[in-house]
Design a protein around this ligand. Structure first.
Ligand SMILES: [Zn+2]
Length: 219
């Protein structure tokens, strides 16, 4: 039976004042630069700018009706990922800032796959985004970023030829797959505020948690 997966940060907010100044110069179809994470943090405080950026991208999404935060859980400025550059194992909803970050991250992993395997990234398998729960699924403590659809748990990357690189199978072993996963993990740290993989703890043995919450962690 699958264990409850860790969430990460407890609070939702911004950490980079003025980031939108950079964002307007970039555009969402452009390659993310060194300031990508800070630009994305700007979306946490400016939802309009976030949706405007998504509208200019090739992402197809549906904006969901807000579900007010109750007991730490809810959906504000959340989108349903409909069609992106790569496929996903199942449908999911994400905060706009996370959707923007993920859209850029897809392109990053696609570039890595081209370098490592001479193949494109075809699909991302995941364990879900929204879940009204605490960090660690604890009975007490802070709410996970999953409780506001501000997180996603990535389980595997599938390449253009169908080759599947799964965290649970390949992370530990010295191989080209494990090296590519390490690269994908490191790339995530440049995009998302919190990244927690198998080296963090046993609850992350089969996935990499990513979120745009307030806590900056790369493990
Ligand atoms: Zn998670």
């Amino acid at each position: 039976m699958r264990v409850c997966r860790l969430g990460a940060a407890a609070r939702f907010g911004a950490s980079a004042a003025g980031a939108l100044l950079f964002w307007e110069q970039v555009g969402h179809e452009a390659e993310p630069g060194r300031l990508a994470r800070f630009q994305l943090n700007g979306f946490l405080v400016d939802g309009q700018a976030c949706f405007a950026a998504l509208d200019e991208s090739n992402l197809r999404y549906t904006r969901l009706d807000p579900r007010p935060i109750e007991d730490g859980c809810g959906l504000l400025q959340v989108v349903r990922f409909e069609q992106s550059k790569v496929d996903y194992s199942t449908g999911f909803d994400l905060s706009c800032a996370m959707a923007a970050a993920l859209y850029w991250y897809e392109a990053e992993v696609d570039r890595l796959a081209a370098v490592d395997f001479d193949l494109g990234l075809a699909e991302i398998e995941h364990f879900g985004s929204y879940a009204c729960r605490n960090i660690n699924c604890g009975m007490s403590g802070h709410r996970s970023q999953h409780a506001t659809a501000n997180a996603l748990d990535i389980a595997a990357f599938v390449l253009g030829d169908g080759r599947r690189i799964a965290i649970i199978e390949h992370w530990e072993h010295q191989s080209e797959e494990s090296r590519s996963l390490a690269s994908a993990h490191d790339a995530a740290c440049g995009m998302f505020n919190t990244v927690l993989g198998p080296d963090y703890n046993v609850l992350h043995a089969d996935h990499i948690h990513i979120d745009t919450g307030r806590i900056r962690t790369c493990r």
